[in-house]
Design a protein around this ligand. Structure first.
Ligand code: 13P
Length: 253
């Protein structure tokens, strides 16, 4: 399969809670050794909160950006166990994942929480990566658009991005960590629809990524679709072999 790379193809790696401090540092240094030429690619990694400062320092002034996996919306204060958007910005983050399905479904994050986190990102100048996705039950009940519409509306209606960038990641919950990736044509159709929905709330370019069981074997089938601006990768971003293979496949196509 051959295709022309879009102006920018996003490859984002969500390291979730997979890697400790040393493992995170080893992985970022290994990736940096590759010296990926990133004119037409935007690579970012999302380490644990514990490792973020070291990883961001290692990646400073390189083509690899760093982001937070979650933020608290308050600037600071008595919020035991939380880390604010401001604090992540302060240690070198460019991006923040907001409303990841694991936050929504395991930790009970609501659409209202997601909205406050988006606003906190805008306040401090972090680029939010708004994650949305339907569950298996939604899908089987024909409620995919209903679920996504609601998540988008609650997150974006009236949200003033103040000229800052917004990125959306479509991550169907049933495809995350299951090996049951969304068929590329289905992802393309849903993402095409998301693009139209987002226009109701935001002007300007809003890249939309696909996430859910992306691997070196299937990544090209997503990024070769004009509607899909890139991928948000979980498990396959957490080892050097799998992530570097995945990036190389995108570069070499
Ligand atoms: P997997 O790639 O492990 O399915 O995870 C996707 C994801 O949740 C990225 O944020």
């Amino acid at each position: 399969m051959t295709y022309n790379l879009k102006p920018k193809t996003y490859i984002f790696g969500n390291w979730k809670m997979y890697l400790g401090f040393d493992e995170s540092n080893i992985l970022v240094h290994a990736l940096l050794q590759q010296k990926y030429v990133a004119d037409n690619m935007c690579i970012a990694i999302f380490p644990s909160a514990l490792a973020i400062r070291e990883v961001a320092m290692a990646a400073q002034d390189t083509p690899i950006a760093v982001g937070a996996q979650n933020v608290n919306w308050n600037p600071k204060g008595a919020y035991t166990g939380e880390v604010s958007a401001h604090m992540f910005k302060d240690v070198g983050c460019t991006y923040a994942l907001i409303g990841h399905s694991e936050r929504r479904h395991i930790f009970g994050e609501s659409n209202e929480d997601v909205r406050k986190k988006l606003e906190a990102c805008v306040d401090v100048g972090l680029i939010p990566v708004l994650c949305i996705g339907e569950t298996k039950e939604d899908r089987e009940a024909g409620k995919t658009q209903y679920r996504l519409k609601k998540q988008l509306m609650k997150a974006l209606d009236g949200l003033d991005m103040r000229g800052g960038q917004l990125i959306i990641a479509y991550e169907p919950v049933w495809a995350i960590g299951t090996g049951d990736a969304c068929l590329p044509d289905d992802a393309r159709d849903v993402i095409g629809w998301i693009r139209e929905e987002v226009k109701l709330y935001q002007s300007g370019i809003v890249p939309v990524l696909y996430g859910g069981s992306v691997s070196g074997d299937n990544v090209v089938s997503y990024v070769s679709q004009t509607e899909i601006d890139g991928v948000l990768v979980g498990g396959a971003s957490s080892t050097y072999d799998t992530f570097s293979t995945l990036i190389s496949r995108v570069i070499s196509k």
